[in-house]
Design a protein around this ligand. Structure first.
Ligand code: PMP
Length: 461
């Protein structure tokens, strides 16, 4: 165990938390009471290194006073104005700032309150885009296996993540899923070291488009670096470039889900900038607000936004909390915090160092793959490294073992994956706040060493 390990913890059964259900991997909850920088404390005063930035969203760290001050000032001035009826200054200022931060050609943001809403909005935007151009028949949205796009109706249907949706099926529109296309467990191509594979996986996308009928396909959605469904994995080189070509050829909008990756997490402002590809719509959420308020955004490229300009009633969509002034003021303060300190460069620099140190985890037989970009890293666990056979423990047993051992060692982990209906693979994300330095990266690695050592020992008993 590490020096300040925290095995004395008060827990509350999930069934006693008013209205909350226990999750499969956590029957009892620790109560978190305070956060500062990359640390949080529980009700017993135990301190944890937040190696997952809350839920991959607390990108600027916990407890930043400037954000609290911005929120207070805005709440005193104007807490709410309906975006159906009015403009408001904080939302206009915030969307202008976002336009400075997004790649060239992205000038607009449709502000919502979560990642799921951002993706629902993107799908509706894509469908109306085709409708306005006389292509009402284009309604399907293709997505990849091993993907997560959210828990609302359309977003859940898009997600290639059985562990999060099987009990909800049949879903509203379970559109086709295309091969995942990531090198580890490609599951489609022969193992050729990933060289030709990107192209062949994307060729399979073309086959599916043709099978479905291109006149019915509105959009293709993908995470550039996958989060919960395949911790830190990206497709083979060449995949996104080929997808862009296919989208152009068949008049399909290319949506990148940057809910987790956007706003600097991978060491670029947006993860798709790691490739030479311009999408049609970017969605984002988590890092936008850094966890200080529920915020999401759907950002169409100019060529998509232009189609809505002459439409009398605009985008046929909206929620009560779209363009919320208080959230916008918070989002602005968070973005200022990031840009003033160049946290994207820090994610690149410290992320590179952390990634190198994470290679040490291959000393555990249960570690099959270490991957990721910037401060969005993932470790996949296996029963056998050679065959890549998944662990024997059920997903939830392994997830609770990892999470609780991590708590003992004073580090937060994000166990994900599972074994439901072929969504094989247990993994954990390592996604600390973008503010960490090399010393904090070392601390995370040391605590993860202590955690993995104990988990491996338990598994082999
Ligand atoms: N897309 C991705 C890539 C995500 O990681 C998530 C959240 N984990 C979502 C969508 C859904 O976002 P939210 O939970 O804010 O609805």
């Amino acid at each position: 165990m590490t020096d300040d390990s925290t095995s004395d913890r008060t827990t509350t059964p999930g069934t006693e938390l008013g209205g909350m259900f226990p999750r499969a991997f956590q029957k009892e909850y620790v109560t978190i009471t305070r956060g500062e920088g990359h640390y949080v404390w529980d009700a017993d005063g135990n301190r944890y290194v937040d190696a997952i930035a809350g839920n991959q969203n607390v990108n600027i760290g916990h407890g930043r006073e400037v954000v609290a001050e911005a929120a207070r000032a805005q709440l005193e001035e104007l807490e709410y104005a309906s975006s159906m009826l009015f403009a408001n200054e904080p939302a206009m200022e915030y969307t202008e700032k976002i336009a400075e931060f997004t790649p060239d050609g992205f000038e607009h943001t449709w502000l919502v309150s979560s990642g799921s809403e951002a993706n629902e909005s993107a799908v509706k935007m894509a469908r109306q885009y085709h409708y306005e151009r006389g292509n009402e028949g284009k309604y399907k949205v293709l997505s990849r296996r091993k993907s997560y796009h959210g828990n609302t109706g359309i977003a859940m249907a898009l997600s290639g993540f059985p562990a999060r949706k099987t009990k909800m099926e049949p879903l509203f529109d379970n559109w086709p899923k295309v091969p995942n296309g990531s090198p580890y467990r490609c599951g489609f191509c022969d193992d050729d070291g990933g060289r030709a594979c990107g192209r062949r996986c994307a060729d399979e996308v073309e086959r599916i488009i043709q099978q479905e009928g291109p006149e019915t396909v509105a959009a293709f959605i993908t995470e550039p670096v996958t989060g919960a469904a395949n911790a830190g994995a990206s497709p083979h080189d060449g995949y996104f470039e080929r997808i862009r070509e296919l989208c152009d050829e068949y008049d399909i909008l290319f949506i990148v889900d940057e809910v987790m990756t956007g706003f600097g997490r991978t060491g670029e402002n947006f993860a798709i900038e790691h490739w030479d590809v311009t999408p049609d719509i970017i969605t984002s959420a988590k890092g936008m607000s850094g966890g200080y308020s529920p915020i999401g955004g759907t950002m169409p490229h100019r060529r998509v936004a232009n189609v809505f300009e002459d439409v009398a009633d605009g985008f046929q969509h909206g929620h009560t909390y779209c363009f919320n002034p208080a959230s916008a003021a918070i989002g602005s303060a968070v973005l200022d915090y990031m840009t003033e300190r160049d946290l994207v460069a820090n994610a690149r620099d410290v992320g590179g160092y952390l990634r190198e140190r994470c290679e040490e985890f291959y000393e555990y037989d249960m570690v099959g793959d270490v991957r990721g970009k910037g401060l969005m890293l993932g470790v996949e666990f296996v029963a056998d490294r050679e065959t890549k056979e998944p662990l024997d423990a059920t997903g939830s047993e392994f997830q609770s073992l990892l999470f609780e051992t991590g708590l003992d060692e004073g580090v937060l982990t994000y166990p994900s994956g599972g074994h439901v209906n072929g969504s094989e693979g247990d993994h954990t994300l390592i996604t600390p706040p973008l503010t960490i330095d090399h010393g904090a990266a070392d601390d995370i690695v040391d605590r993860l060493h202590a955690t993995f050592e104990r988990v491996e020992a338990t598994l082999s008993n």
